[in-house]
Design a binder for this molecule. Structure first.
Ligand SMILES: Nc1ncnc2c1ncn2[C@@H]1O[C@H](COP(=O)(O)OP(=O)(O)OP(=O)(O)O)[C@@H](O)[C@H]1O
Ligand SMILES: [Mg+2]
Length: 435
């Protein structure tokens, strides 16, 4: 027995009882488990994608770190010149949710943690926190990670070391993300430039043709009216009315083309959403009807007017209609519904101009990509993948949104949401083409 004990002591190097040896072993195992958990949390940072929004990044980090450390709130702070963005994540019902607070602070180039804590205190008063810096290769601080607690909390040296190391790894991801967002913005601007150059030359061409056709059309309209007055025979008169109406429709299409091609008219004015829909349909309705697509209009005549550029709004509607046309191509009974309605989002009223189709729909995994410039699932010569990214840009420049909803092989609906000016916008109407 003595020999055995001696052997254990020699093997373990622990000059103590067997009980305390196991206690020590248990605590070592616990420590290793904890270390493993910490490594796992750091490893899980690779699950973040550069396409994730900063809100998603903040709540994801909070949810991961909370597996190792206790805290009430997590703040990812990003500094862009003098603008501070605090992405604050809090836990409700087991999920972490993030909200953003933006602040303008005039600070020196070199901002220390202590100064930062003072700034944060202004927005989130009476809290205790641990902060690590995010600084780039040149030593410039561009953000902070902060754990906030309502009550004073002391973290162990080991936990603080973990948070520091976690900050180091997060720094790499955040730097990549900033770079990616920067590049995407540049690609987007470039794409818009290409598209506006394309539109400008198209506009010029359209304007030339429209002017050429204007004079013969004026003659057709004028002369058919004269003849209608002179000829009383019923059958001939009916034929003349037909000529007049067709000529009138052509004239309207040409006027629309002229308005559409006038680039300098991108000025904001009062726009009737229903008129914009009618004009867009006037421009491409024929193209749709020859493809034997049924077009159904569900215009709510009571929707308020919006502030915006009529040509740009029409441009979005045309893009959406052309996409819908492509999507229903293979359908037996192709149907497109275009409508207007009033909708409230976060208590703000918007006019929704929606285009619904019973086409191929969009795969779930593609929904987040369709607004990216150059993303297309169409044949090389058919699509440039710019339509939706330009349309989104236009929606945002109007303070609005462009939303997509789809079920593969069933339907697809795009809604252009334009904000209603103060004082307008009453009761919400039925939303959606099918609901
Ligand atoms: N109504 C729709 N139904 C199904 N998929 C759609 C619909 N609208 C858009 N998409 C998908 O979104 C992609 C991007 O659309 P977008 O309008 O930006 O580009 P595009 O139509 O491919 O090319 P472009 O408009 O520049 O000619 C399309 O390639 C298609 O995969
Ligand atoms: Mg398109």
């Amino acid at each position: 027995m003595d020999r055995k004990q001696e052997l254990i002591d020699k093997l373990t190097g622990i000059r103590s009882s067997r009980k305390s040896y196991y206690r020590k072993l248990n605590s070592t195992i616990e420590e290793l488990k904890n270390k493993n958990k910490q490594l796992e949390v750091i490893n899980q940072l690779t699950q973040l994608h550069v396409n994730n929004s900063w809100e998603e990044v903040s709540s994801y980090i909070a949810s991961r770190v909370s597996r190792v450390l206790d805290f009430d709130r997590f703040v990812l702070t990003l500094i862009d010149r003098s603008e501070f963005c605090f992405y604050i994540s809090e836990q409700t019902d087991a999920n972490w949710h993030c909200h953003l607070i933006k602040r303008q602070y005039q600070t020196d180039a070199a901002l220390s943690i202590t100064e930062f804590k003072k700034l944060l205190q202004k927005d989130i008063s009476s809290h205790y926190g641990e902060t690590v810096c995010l600084e780039n290769q040149t030593g410039k601080i561009y953000g902070f990670l902060t754990l906030l607690n309502d009550k004073k909390t002391e973290y162990s040296a080991e936990n603080l070391e973990f948070f520091k190391r976690f900050g180091e790894h997060t720094r790499v991801f955040i730097e990549n993300n900033i770079l990616f967002k920067d590049v995407s913005e540049k690609v987007n601007i470039e794409a818009q430039l290409i598209q506006s150059a394309k539109l400008a030359s198209l506009g010029e061409m359209a304007a030339g043709i429209a002017h050429e056709l204007n004079s013969p059309l004026t003659a057709i309209l004028g002369n058919s009216q004269l003849l209608m007055r002179r000829i009383t025979d019923e059958q001939s008169n009916k034929m003349l009315t037909d000529i007049y109406q067709c000529g009138f429709r052509s004239k309207k299409i040409i006027q629309n083309l002229l308005v559409f091609s006038r680039q300098e008219e991108y000025q904001f004015a009062d726009v009737n959403p229903n008129d914009a829909v009618e004009d867009a349909l006037g421009l491409i309705g024929y193209q749709l009807s020859v493809s034997e697509i049924s077009i159904k209009k569900k215009l709510d005549r009571t929707v308020p007017h919006v502030r915006g550029s009529r040509q740009q709004i029409e441009q979005v509607i045309i893009n959406l209609l052309l996409n819908a046309k492509d999507a229903v191509q293979e359908r037996k009974e192709p149907l497109i519904i275009i409508g207007t309605t009033l909708k409230h989002i976060e208590k703000r009223p918007y006019v929704s101009i929606y285009v619904w189709d019973n086409g191929i729909g969009i795969e779930q995994e593609n929904i987040s990509k369709i607004f990216n410039p150059f993303f297309t699932t169409k044949a090389k010569k058919k699509g440039t993948g710019l339509g939706l990214s330009i349309s989104l840009g236009i929606a945002e420049s109007h303070g609005g949104k462009l939303m997509a909803d789809s079920k593969v092989n069933e339907y697809c609906q795009f809604s252009l949401l334009l904000p209603v000016q103060n004082g307008e916008g009453g009761e919400e109407n039925e939303e959606g083409a099918r609901s």
